[in-house]
Design a protein around this ligand. Structure first.
Ligand SMILES: NC(=O)c1ccc[n+]([C@@H]2O[C@H](COP(=O)([O-])OP(=O)(O)OC[C@H]3O[C@@H](n4cnc5c(N)ncnc54)[C@H](OP(=O)(O)O)[C@@H]3O)[C@@H](O)[C@H]2O)c1
Length: 249
């Protein structure tokens, strides 16, 4: 039998409108999951949903703003009935608001913590209830090697990403007996529009720190998510899988 199939599962991916989240959504759909694409940009989500459906997959665009914690429970209850039983949650949405500590405003700090950490907490709390009831669930959160190593200019982002790891380990302990796992994927530098736009000297400096000698691909992050979402990973919980070409060892 083919491994890592996700037929019959419904997945919800936050931040699915571009980058790593888009790659995750495409991969989950290719493995047979029905995928709810969730973020703020409904136009992009709808276009991606159409593309996935045209390729024979199943996808639904659903507007969700992680920065509005109070609205999240209502927005999740607004999912159509036949999409409401989410068995795979991928907490991927994330923002940065970089600055050195001495000049970092409270607003910069709060914006990153709100979206990356508080939003993830609320979505996970809401969707884990059904997972516990159904005795099956997979929660995968996208952190960063920065959450493990720190990064000058990203104290807010590193705090949020490290927070996701502590959050996940606690959730893993709480939910394991219900057959719900919670794990983290920690990407290193990933080839995205953002890293593509970097100056050549900056790119070269970053590359020098990566033993594999190249940036990662969004699809390589998605492959780790597929594994953790699969039945084959049922006994893996509370773990951090670094997908960083050895940047963090
Ligand atoms: N790229 C890297 O090198 C790298 C490395 C390590 C970790 N990561 C992490 O991987 C994840 C994805 O990164 P990426 O590079 O693909 O980022 P990206 O291209 O900037 O995409 C971020 C995604 O998050 C969504 N998002 C932002 N704010 C949101 C909000 N308030 N509510 C809902 N969705 C929101 C965006 O969708 P909308 O604009 O449609 O809302 C977008 O789809 C992030 O958590 C990031 O921290 C990235």
């Amino acid at each position: 039998m083919e491994m890592f199939r996700l037929d019959g599962r419904t997945a919800l991916v936050t931040g699915a409108s571009q980058g790593i989240g888009e790659a995750i959504a495409r991969r989950l759909a290719a493995q047979g999951a029905r995928v709810i694409l969730a973020s703020r940009n409904e136009g992009r989500l709808a276009a991606l949903a159409s593309e996935i459906e045209a390729g024979g997959g199943r996808a639904l665009a659903h507007r969700l703003d992680l920065a509005s914690a109070e609205e999240l429970p209502e927005r999740l209850k607004a999912l159509p009935d036949d999409w409401a039983e989410v068995g795979i949650l991928v907490n991927n949405a994330g923002v940065t608001a970089d600055g050195l500590l001495a000049r970092m405003s409270l607003e910069q700090w709060q914006r990153v913590i709100d979206t990356n950490l508080t939003g993830t907490f609320v979505v996970t709390r809401e969707l884990s209830r059904g997972m516990m009831r159904r005795r099956h669930g997979r929660i995968v959160s996208i952190s960063s090697v920065v959450g493990l190593m720190g990064n000058a200019g990203q104290a807010n982002y590193a705090a949020a990403k490290a927070g996701l790891i502590g959050f996940t380990k606690s959730v893993a302990r709480e939910l394991a007996s219900r057959n719900v796992t919670a794990n983290v994927v920690a990407p290193g530098f990933v080839e995205t529009a953002m890293t593509g736009a970097l100056a050549e000297t900056t790119r070269a400096r970053m590359l020098a720190d990566i033993p594999s000698g190249r940036f990662g691909l969004a699809d390589e992050m998605a492959a780790a998510v597929v594994y953790l979402a699969s039945d084959e990973a049922a006994y893996v919980t509370g773990q951090v899988i670094n997908v960083s070409g050895g940047l963090y060892i």
